[in-house]
Every structure is written in C-alpha cells, then in structure tokens.
Design a protein around this ligand. Structure first.
Ligand code: AMP
Length: 217
C-alpha cells in the first residue's frame, strides 16, 4: 500500500484496538496516524473553540456534531503530505459522504476501509482496563499490555490516565451509539466493495499480523 497518497479508514467499536494497531501500522509504513478522538481530546485540553464545544458530547459518550468533525478532518487532509490512516472518522453516514467529497476535491484516494470486530462484552472488559498516556498517546491495558512500572508510561514516563469516557456507563452508551450510527458507515464501504474485516480476538501481535495481511492485499 505504498506509492500513492491514500487514505485507509479504520472502523470498529470503541476499544476494539484501532488505536494500538493503527499507531503501529502507521509508524511501520510511514503513514500519518490521525485519530479524531486524540485530536478532540487535545482540543479539549487546550480549551480551543472546538474543544469547548466538543467536551459535553464526549463526556456523555455522544458523537460530536458532523460539521465540527468535518472541519477537523479537512484540516488533516490539507496539511498532510503523507498517506493517512484515519481512525475514528467517519462515524456517521453523512461524514462518510463528506469524506468522499473532500478526498475527491483535495486529491486523495480512499484505498480500503478496515473493520475491526469484537463482541460488546469483550469490549467492556478491555475498555475498563485501558489506560492512556496523556503526553505521547501510548495505549496500555492493565491486564493484557501493562506498563513496566505501575501506571507510568514506558515511552515518556508520564503518569497514565483513564479516559473519562472509559467508565462502564459511558462505555455502554458509546457502544449503543456505535451500533446505531456507525453501522451504516460499514455498509457504505461494503457496498463500494472496499471493506475488509479483521477479527480482534487474541494478542495484539496476532491481530497485527491479520491487519498486515489485509493491508498488503
Ligand atoms: P474515540 O477516541 O475515537 O473513541 O473518540 C472519543 C470521542 O470523541 C467519541 O466518543 C466522540 O464523542 C468523539 N468523536 C471522535 N471522533 C468522532 C467523529 N468522527 N464523529 C463524532 N464524534 C467523534
């Protein structure tokens, strides 16, 4: 998947491993990893106008309005010289249509959409144990991928945090939102013939091998 400036869309429920797998894949292939959730959390932290608007939605596990998200992603497309692994966008059918329009207008090709799959129960389990580094964005899991030292980032030594929206009641809401609003996006790419699926059961290494296979095809 090299040579052409393209986009791979990474789809799947929250906690399925998009961030862990996507960051590694992008680094190894020298693509830009762009996660709209990370961009929003940064905006919230810096209290930018977008961050101030987005905060209340995010805390409740709801989707941030499409217009805000479209703006954020357009900026990414305008500023990247590298191909892009897009994680967390599009999350609604309307966003998927806007992405098509922007890609065409700005000279990008959406190469494939990769759907990562896992059961809801497994997801609740994983998300409750997830910790992230607020500084370098590394992702840990206290059960399956613990940091070397008690909740301290292996990479940059910052204190790890739990995302506000990784609390069980918010996780259930985010899953419901995913099934309602993001399922049509999956069908959208399926009907275009560019959807491919990766099962997220197993170790991060096993999942990564599966991801590598479908992205090399
Ligand atoms: P994530 O890190 O991808 O789980 O995103 C965290 C939160 O950011 C989501 O629960 C939404 O509130 C918001 N968010 C991220 N990407 C989008 C998007 N494409 N559309 C709407 N809201 C988004």
């Amino acid at each position: 998947m090299s040579g052409q400036r393209g986009i791979i869309v990474l789809l799947g429920p929250p906690g399925v491993g998009k961030g862990t797998q996507g960051q590694r894949w992008a680094e190894e292939n020298e693509w830009l990893y762009a996660a709209t959730g990370d961009l929003l959390r940064e905006a919230v932290q810096k209290q930018t106008p977008i961050g101030i608007q987005a905060k209340a939605y995010m805390e409740k596990g709801l989707l941030v309005p499409d217009e805000l998200m479209d703006k954020i992603v357009e900026e990414v497309l305008l500023n990247s010289k590298q191909s892009i692994l897009l994680d967390g966008y599009p999350r609604t059918l309307a966003q998927a249509q806007v992405l098509d329009e922007m890609a065409q207008r700005l000279g990008w090709k959406i190469q494939i959409a990769v759907l990562m799959t896992l059961s809801d129960d497994e997801i609740v389990d994983r998300l409750s144990a997830r910790r992230i580094c607020p500084n370098c964005k590394a992702i840990y899991n206290l059960k399956s991928k613990p940091p070397r030292n008690d909740e301290i980032c292996d990479e940059c030594s910052a204190k790890l945090i739990q995302r506000d929206d990784d609390r069980p009641e918010v996780i259930r809401k985010r899953l419901a939102v995913y099934h309602e609003q993001t399922a049509p996006v999956v069908n959208y790419y399926r009907s275009k013939g560019i959807l491919t699926e990766v099962c997220s059961l197993g170790t991060p290494e096993e999942v990564y091998e599966r991801l590598k296979k479908v992205t090399l095809a």
